[in-house]
Design a protein around this ligand. Sequence first.
Ligand SMILES: Nc1nc2c(c(=O)[nH]1)N[C@H]1C(S)=C(S)[C@@H](COP(=O)(O)O)O[C@H]1N2
Ligand SMILES: [Mo]
Length: 366
Amino acid sequence: MPQEETKLRDGRIVRSENPLNLEMPFSTVDSFITPATSFYVRTHFPIPAIDRDAWWLQVEGEVEKPFSINYKQLTALESVTAPVTLECAGNNRNFLEPKVKGVQWRLGAVGTAEWTGVPLSVLLDRATLKPNANEIILEGADGGMLEEPKSPPGELKFARSIPLEKARRDVLLAYKMNGEDLPPEHGFPVRAIVPGWYAMASIKWLQRIIVTDRPFTGYYQTIDYAFWQRTDYGHWQRGENIAELTPLTEMKVKAEIARPAEGETVPANTSVRVRGAAWACDVEITKVELSTDGGATWNDTKLLGESKPNAWRFWEFNWKTPAQPGKQTLIARATDSLSRTQPVHRDPNRGTYMINHLLPIEVEVR
Ligand SMILES: Nc1nc2c(c(=O)[nH]1)N[C@H]1C(S)=C(S)[C@@H](COP(=O)(O)O)O[C@H]1N2
Ligand SMILES: [Mo]
């Protein structure tokens, strides 16, 4: 539940005004598709005002036939519509102890929309990739100067890369969100949708697609939105792993509880519906368990609807609340079809991102 000092805009928690960062209170989730006006907003720079009739998307780099395409031409191509869940890599950051820098997201930097767009593979085919093509850099029109000591001097644009295999498989260049034009804050006129990946890769206000033959090492690829991967190079002498900065990619399996919300009061000795959502990357959610006693015992919840690739799945559980009043700790735990489940503890190598360890929610039984 929003705290007292929380400022709301269209029912969303204002995490910052400038740049604009809005969180959806996760307790308000009640439909598989999140309306655009409820969907969380994450920006790093002022929202660029783009005239779609003057907008061009450039495709260049390691291609035989570089070209530009405008809005009319792009939207005339055959399109695909699919529901895809976007989650910010920093979602749940506010739960980290000790507190860390960054937008203080709680549970609501996540949402699912139905995106309509043109497969990126269609544009890559048109450009005809050279044999050495390896990665696709996506660049937004937004940019500015950062005060971070490790940022490059001068103007920086928001950009990210994806490997060619992923780019060809399912990345969309979306121009509709839930059947309407993209709202300005969600990337108008065109954004990328990278299914299953943390949403930093789903570049908004897309203006340039660069095919490269080497790993991209831009600021938001390696310094920001990266974590410390420990590589074991063998145990011949010292056996120490080496920490290497690795770009964030796939979303980790996670379940979140929507209701009851943290701090909510529920009646004693009744049946209370506990519900939420769970998601992962490229696999199915096969199980969501719920503990109502702080992790001592676990119950299987009911998965609702059908499984859709890279979209969240709702779940619910009828909780017979205790007769005794008092505080109770709820914890949800998701498992995917590769038997991966959520870790109990935080891995510090992940820095301030990829937060999917178990999160207890305290409610009051009265
Ligand atoms: N051009 C551009 N694309 C961007 C960003 C950005 O600041 N600029 N933020 C990224 C991040 S970190 C997230 S979580 C998602 C948020 O998408 P949304 O605002 O539509 O929810 O957009 C991604 N794409
Ligand atoms: Mo994000």
